[in-house]
Ligand binder design. Structure first.
Ligand SMILES: [Zn+2]
Ligand SMILES: [Zn+2]
Length: 426
């Protein structure tokens, strides 16, 4: 065992040295992608850049997958399991307001509107980090006991209307097969945490997101004689309030938080006509699978029964979105020593879940996965000052990217060794 641990330690050191060496090219790559952002399912330039880089490293490349996705397969020099690492590639319809030399000036049409395009969620950093990991691991491939699969995935923020895309389509098109993936890791840069920090949560870390549409059918009449019709606006108002009672009064709030939000109400054309119909749109966020199903049942019942009480009718349609980003507890426990070693224990934290969502969850539905946060907030900013992801002022402190490269490279190799670094044999 002594020889094994000695050689493992040497490989770990080598990974750290290589990560340091590739850091300038990771930053250059991130800036290049940042200046040329592409929306979901349209990442053609990014896709080519990724495929070219992987090929230059001698990594087997499969593309296209899920429209513009790229899968790289690095077979290590020793037999073993298969670990996947994922980066998302898409930008957002946001006009950049950050004053950097590589600021995005790209404009395009999105849903019929002219918009700016910006990597306002940091997926440019994710691609650059994962290419850095690919370079590092390609140089120690003989020492890798198993296979590393690099998943470069389009359209995390959602595919254009009428198109499939993202992680769900990657899985559907076989990204986790041939070779069959045993576990998957991914990270997300965030301005909630400063440069140098890594954070995670076992179990539900990010929410399931579902959308709903409720149509309330009343009976149109004069605004002065409501008793001659059925007022869908008053019924819709009752439903909005009724829905708020689901998370606050009907669910065990100590088990997991949840949110039901009505974000749009449409109905009526003028002040003195009670309309026939009102339509409402909303979002549901949940962190527990059983609770998610329960909320769906309760939304339907609440809307239908409130409408029925008024003699109206409510039609409820719920569309499932991304599942819960669920960090496999055993995989998390196994990987935590690695994350602590790489970042320094004092720079790591188990954090509260968020009600934002991530389509990384689709991989986790198929294989055990761990998703973690990588801090990129400049050290001189407070969390309140730092613009959040999706802001036109979202800013990535690039000095945090090197830690991302080391974290992904080490969790992958330690997983293939079948051990957390803390449990390395002596
Ligand atoms: Zn985002
Ligand atoms: Zn994102």
């Amino acid at each position: 065992m002594t020889t094994l641990s000695a050689s493992a330690a040497t490989v770990d050191q080598r990974i750290d040295e290589l990560a340091k060496q590739v850091e300038p090219s990771v930053i250059a790559c991130r800036r290049d992608i940042h200046q040329h952002p592409e929306l979901g399912n349209r990442e053609t330039r990014t896709s080519k850049l990724i495929a070219d880089k992987l090929k230059s490293l001698g990594i087997e490349v499969k593309t296209p997958i899920a429209h513009t996705g790229v899968v790289g397969v690095l077979r290590g020099g020793k037999p073993g399991r298969v670990v996947a690492l994922r980066a998302d590639m898409d930008a957002l319809p946001v006009t950049e307001q950050v004053d950097v030399p590589f600021k995005s000036m790209v404009r395009t049409t999105y849903n019929g509107q002219e918009v700016g395009v910006m990597h306002a969620c940091g997926h440019d950093a994710h691609v650059a980090i994962l290419l850095g990991v690919a370079e590092v691991l390609s140089k120690v491939r003989d020492e890798i006991p198993g296979t590393v699969v690099f998943l470069f995935q389009p359209a995390e923020e959602g595919a254009p209307e009428g198109e499939e895309g993202g992680a769900a389509l990657m899985v559907k098109e076989g990204a986790l097969k041939n070779p069959k993936v045993d576990a998957v890791f991914g990270l997300h840069v965030t301005s909630r945490y400063p440069v140098g920090e890594i954070a995670w949560r076992p179990g539900g870390m990010m929410a399931a997101v579902d959308s709903f549409k409720i149509k309330v059918h009343g009976k149109q009449t004069h605004g002065a004689y409501p008793w001659l019709g059925i007022d869908p606006i008053v019924v819709a108002s009752q439903i909005v309030l009724g829905l708020q009672l689901i998370p606050s009064r009907q669910l065990d709030t100590t088990l997991a938080p949840s949110v039901v939000t009505v974000g749009a109400i449409h109905g009526g054309v003028r002040n003195n006509i009670i309309p026939d119909d009102v339509e409402m749109l909303g979002t549901i966020r949940s962190l527990d699978k059983a609770m998610r199903d329960d909320i769906h049942v309760r939304i339907k019942r609440t809307a239908e029964d409130i409408a029925a009480a008024a003699g109206a009718k409510a039609e409820v349609a719920i569309t499932a979105g991304y599942p819960i980003t669920y960090n496999d507890p055993a995989l998390t426990e196994q990987s935590v020593p690695t994350l602590r070693r790489v970042a320094g224990a004092e720079n790591t934290a188990v954090v509260n879940p968020t009600l934002g969502a991530e389509d990384f969850s689709f991989y986790q539905q198929n294989v055990p996965g761990l998703f973690f946060w990588l801090g990129i907030r400049p050290p001189n900013q407070t969390p309140e000052e730092a613009p959040s992801n999706h802001s036109p002022r979202f800013y990535v402190d690039e000095s945090g990217l090197g830690l991302g490269v080391r974290a992904l490279a080490h969790v992958a190799v330690d997983y293939l060794r079948g051990q957390g670094a803390g449990g390395r044999a002596q």
